[in-house]
Design a binder for this molecule. Structure first.
Ligand code: WTA
Length: 654
């Protein structure tokens, strides 16, 4: 094990500090109120009672969703498939928008938007409702129907949630592709789901520059036969290439649309969206989420964990292109009727205090971000933070990767001024909502995501499926949960194999974790060949395929290496085709090539040229051996290697 990794684990093992929640926070919390109403006296009793998962989720559902027609059964569990609220008629947009038109939420601000150049816009729930209805009507007019897929390739502007909600409203399935992904990544995803339309914009602002998104979308659409229309929102007013007949301006198609649009009454288990995420093979997985159970899961977790009330200003500083944004910028906050902030640009633009300025300006009361961002701000130093009044903050959150205790303490002290508890929420694209997370009533240990949310049963198993304490093992979830994925689009075998084959009827998360003597979970990272770079999942094999698609590359192996800021850095070992000379220039070219294939976030931090890569006799590249060698660790058993000399190549390279 690398020295650094050893140190990290040692720190985690030694971390004994406990932070008790402030008394007034506990007393006034949403969860405490619910416990009082249900005669539950303690956190332990709550967890115990919620072990009756059908009772628990049906009970909390009453507070957050309104069905068109009631369900007949809370849960139908045919492993590995779960259906929640079976038989209910429902549409998540009813709870996110329609129901608010009958209450005073109607005129409340739903989104405060701040563009990177400083332009701002506020949309009330009613404004949002109208915008969504108009676009939904326009989509219908273009022939998009229930069950059709729509690709959405938009930056962090309010039109992204509007586009998602418009699809959901008419029963179409949205598949959002992160705007930082490349044209080719977009093409793969829209082709996999056979999108009928794509929604994008001219360009957007990022770090003082403009990113020409439409141009990238055009490149993707050169080979996307299912796409009939490309709808373009005008964000910057830049000139864009135009394909007559296929391309349509957003403002043109919504202009004459009625402000009302009937919401499609769906089955609670009908798909709401697909979201592609990285797995262990080169092809991303299309995770399927549904309307009903998902709504109950996301709204309940947000209401309890971040304790959102009428007057809160919520800022989930993730990108809507990832699941965090889907669940906690778009659907859950809208269901709860709260006000959210959406910021378009880079966190350190024009200066490293942009976020603190935004918090002060809009009196943000709850901030949810990633350890990578926290470490970035740590590096800039407290002086940038101290220029601003952050006294509006009352709770903080973290997601996406393990938070090291040092970053936790810095966040707690400098941003939360030692009065805001930090909710370290563990979950995945597949889970839809938080599964292991503190509540405002939970004593916190820095670096631990604490305990499973009520109604969730998690454990750590050794390789034989035995529950273990105080040792690293496989993180597993024992019972289904309401936001559980429906499956993988067009890949049922992969679904079973990835999550359900290691232990019978138990969900394998793919993370390594440790459970301590108090039942607190400490997540240590991915167990499989998936990298976690700045909280974003990137498959090793996806980067390898991207490298190998370069004409000068014969073979490639990609491993992760601990990185101070990003959590993990991408390190690539590349064997070139014969006759190709290695050079620094070529390294640059390969980095750019990966950027074009996948997107900037997937570009390797380090590239090393080797003659050969360690392989098994069946020709499989042994990443485990390469990783160990690259990190200076013990390589373990190499008896299955066909070419032991290649191992030495790796050590010579690094
Ligand atoms: C990691 C993001 C430690 C984990 C919501 C998981 C975390 C993967 C945490 C999912 C956390 C997420 N502590 N690790 N609080 N939250 N992870 O699908 O490895 O983009 O499996 O979902 O991120 O990443 P995904």
């Amino acid at each position: 094990m690398a020295e650094k990794e050893k140190q990290n684990i040692a720190v985690l093992l030694e971390e004994k500090r406990v932070f008790n929640p402030p008394e007034d926070l506990v007393r006034n919390s949403n969860v405490k109120k619910w416990m009082d109403e249900h005669g539950i006296k303690s956190y332990e009793e709550l967890l115990e009672k919620a072990k009756d998962i059908e009772w628990f989720w049906a009970e909390v559902a009453k507070d957050v969703v309104e069905w068109y027609e009631p369900y007949k059964k809370v849960l139908e569990w045919n492993p590995p498939y779960a259906e929640w609220f079976v038989g209910a008629k429902y549409n998540i947009v009813h709870d996110a928008l329609d129901k608010h038109m009958e209450t005073d939420v109607k005129d409340k601000v739903a989104y405060i938007f701040e563009g990177e150049p400083g332009d701002t816009k506020q949309l009330t729930y009613h404004d949002l409702y109208v915008e969504v209805n108009k676009l939904a009507n326009a989509l219908k007019e273009l022939g998009i129907k229930k069950g059709d897929r729509v690709g959405i390739y938009l930056p962090m502007i309010p039109e992204l949630p509007i586009a998602m909600l418009a699809c959901a409203k008419i029963g179409a399935i949205h598949s959002v592709v992160f705007s930082g992904f490349s044209a080719l990544a977009l093409r793969d995803r829209i082709n996999d789901c056979e999108a009928k339309a794509v929604i994008t914009c001219d360009s957007f602002y990022r770090r003082g520059n403009k990113v020409a998104l439409k141009k990238q979308a055009d490149e993707a659409l050169e080979d996307a036969p299912s796409v009939e229309h490309c709808i373009v929102y005008r964000r910057t007013g830049d000139e864009v290439p135009w394909n007559e007949g296929r391309d349509l301006w957003w403002h043109d198609i919504v202009k004459d649309q009625p402000e009302e649009c009937e919401t499609e009454k769906m089955d609670a288990n009908d798909p709401l969206y697909f979201l592609y995420t990285s797995g262990t093979t080169g092809k991303p997985k299309g995770i399927i989420h549904r309307h009903g159970g998902y709504a109950v899961g996301i709204a309940t977790t947000l209401k309890w964990v971040f304790d959102l009330k009428k007057n809160d200003v919520w800022w989930c500083a993730a990108d809507v292109g990832w699941v965090t944004g889907h669940s906690y910028i778009v659907y859950a906050p809208l269901i709860l009727g709260v006000t959210s902030v959406i910021y378009e640009g880079a966190p350190n633009y024009p200066e490293p205090d942009r976020w603190w300025e935004i918090i002060e300006k809009y009196k943000v009361s709850v901030l949810y971000t990633s350890p990578t961002s926290i470490r970035l701000f740590m590096r800039y130093g407290e002086e940038w933070v101290n220029k601003h009044n952050l006294s509006s903050l009352r709770l903080l959150g973290s997601v996406g990767e393990p938070i090291n205790p040092e970053a936790w303490i810095w966040y707690h002290k400098n941003i939360g001024k030692e009065k805001c508890p930090i909710m370290d929420t563990w979950w995945q694209t597949e889970t839809g909502h938080f599964l292991i997370t503190p509540l405002p009533i939970t004593p916190l240990k820095p670096g631990s995501a604490t305990k499973p949310f009520p109604g969730i049963q998690a454990d750590v198993f050794d390789e034989n499926g035995k529950s273990i304490t105080n040792a690293g093992g496989n993180l597993v979830i024992l019972k289904p949960w309401p936001g559980m994925l429906k499956g993988l689009y067009k890949a049922p075998e992969r679904y079973k194999e990835t999550y359900w084959s290691k232990f019978k009827d138990v969900y394998l998360a793919g993370d390594v974790a440790r459970k301590d003597e108090d039942g607190y979970f400490w997540i240590q990272g991915r167990a499989d060949d998936v990298l976690n770079v700045s909280g974003h999942r990137i498959g090793n094999s996806e980067v390898e395929s991207a490298l190998v698609s370069h004409p000068k590359v014969a073979e490639a192996a990609v491993v992760g290496k601990p990185h101070e800021l990003k959590g993990e850095a991408i390190v690539a070992f590349v064997a070139l085709k014969s006759g190709v000379e290695p050079s620094e220039e070529l390294k640059k070219e390969l980095r750019e090539h990966v950027g074009v294939q996948m997107g900037k976030i997937a570009r390797p931090d380090e590239i090393w040229f080797v003659n050969d890569l360690p392989k098994t006799r069946s020709g499989k590249i042994m990443r485990r051996v390469i990783r160990a060698k690259a990190l200076g660790q013990d390589v373990g058993d190499t008896s299955t290697l066909a070419n032991p000399e290649a191992v030495e190549e790796i050590s010579k390279a690094v």
